[in-house]
Design a protein around this ligand. Structure first.
Ligand code: MG
Length: 358
């Protein structure tokens, strides 16, 4: 006897409409529904299968800047050890931490995933060292969060951009804390959605913990160097620290009835302390600073060369230089480079090539 045909779920209404309906049932009242998104810069027809935020996430995963994250430094420059974080593994850790928070608080996980996967697309090679050099060179400065927005709006797909939803763009732009700014940031500069606020905290939870873990791996720190009160209140193991921080964010935000996503006061104090400890004992170490001086030399020399040499810029970028926006064009090109591409380019342009013919 032949089986009756299975009913296909998307037959009567598009799958997207069913998913949007599901969001209305299961998400918290203050969560961002994909069906009430403010839309895109350029209007497009909706996808029959995916919600707007699912589509944004997929666009990010398939873009070239996302693939380049695997060869961009997190803290330790161009690490050869297989277990150090790169900008890509950092991004994946942020995404998973954010989704744990999102699932617990019934927020829109697709939106969080899209923001998290896109948040560092504008990061330069060599971590914050590279960012600092471009910030010095560029009139008006350079900030990786603003550059991430340029990548998704203007640079990807040969200048067409990814045309992402406003909520994803807002979350990407407002994820950054800045080096010396307070962790929670000023209310006016917080993401407009709870999902964006949660990704910002997930970014902090991820980087503080994996930078500490990488510093232990590099033997720059020993476990007993971590101040006792941080070990006691936040945890002495990597997984324990992430768990407690995430738990604190979830409970604090629930206690506030999701008026905002935040850490409790006590935990916030510990996180500030941990961040200060990492600045003093890792990020500002003479050993790490010495490498940044080399990064400064490499990036500023490349910048200067590309500003002067039209032919070189055309050859390396694959398009002729535009005179009006030259600085911006060079900045976009250099900001997009990976650690290994930058080093290889520098070698090709400035160092003598060994004679290979036998
Ligand atoms: Mg980040």
């Amino acid at each position: 006897m032949s089986k009756p045909p299975r009913t296909r779920p998307g037959l009567r209404e598009p799958m997207r409409a069913q998913l949007e309906q599901k969001e209305r049932h299961i998400l918290a009242p203050r969560a961002q529904l994909s069906s009430t998104s403010l839309g895109r810069l350029k209007t497009e027809e909706e996808c029959p299968l995916r919600t707007a935020f699912q589509r944004d996430r997929d666009r990010i995963v398939h873009c070239k800047a996302f693939r380049r994250l695997k060869h961009k430094t997190q803290v330790f420059l161009s690490p050869t050890g297989d277990h150090y974080r790169t900008r890509l593994t950092h991004t994946l850790e942020v995404s998973q931490i954010a989704r744990t928070i999102g699932r617990a608080l019934a927020l829109n996980e697709d939106l969080m995933e899209a923001i998290a996967l896109g948040h560092d697309l504008g990061h330069t090679a060599f971590g914050h060292g590279g960012e600092r050099v471009l910030n010095e060179i560029m009139p008006g400065g350079f900030y990786h969060n603003e550059q991430s927005l340029r990548v998704v709006d203007l640079l990807e797909k040969n200048g067409a951009g990814l045309n992402l939803s406003m909520e994803v763009r807002d979350g990407i732009l407002k994820h950054s804390k800045g080096r010396n700014l307070p962790i929670l940031g000023e209310p006016a500069r917080r993401a407009s959605t709870l999902e964006g606020q949660a990704v910002r905290l997930a970014d902090i939870v991820a980087y503080l913990n994996h930078d500490l873990d990488d510093a232990l791996r590099a033997e720059i720190l020993q476990p007993e160097d971590v101040p006792a009160d941080i070990r006691l209140h936040v945890g002495s193991r990597h997984s324990e620290r992430i768990h407690r921080l995430v738990e604190d964010i979830i409970h604090t935000s629930l206690d506030l009835d999701l008026a905002e996503i935040r850490l409790g006061e006590e935990m916030l104090e510990q996180v500030e302390r941990l961040r200060h400890f990492l600045f003093v004992r890792v990020y500002d170490l003479p050993l790490v600073r010495k490498e940044f001086e080399r990064v400064h030399k490499i990036i500023s020399e490349l910048f200067e060369t590309f500003m002067k040499d039209d032919e070189l810029l055309a050859r390396e970028m694959g398009s002729p230089p535009s005179q009006g926006e030259r600085e911006r064009q060079v900045c976009d090109f250099i900001a997009g480079m990976t650690d290994r591409y930058t080093l290889d380019l520098y070698r090709r342009l400035f160092l003598p090539r060994p004679w290979m013919k036998l």
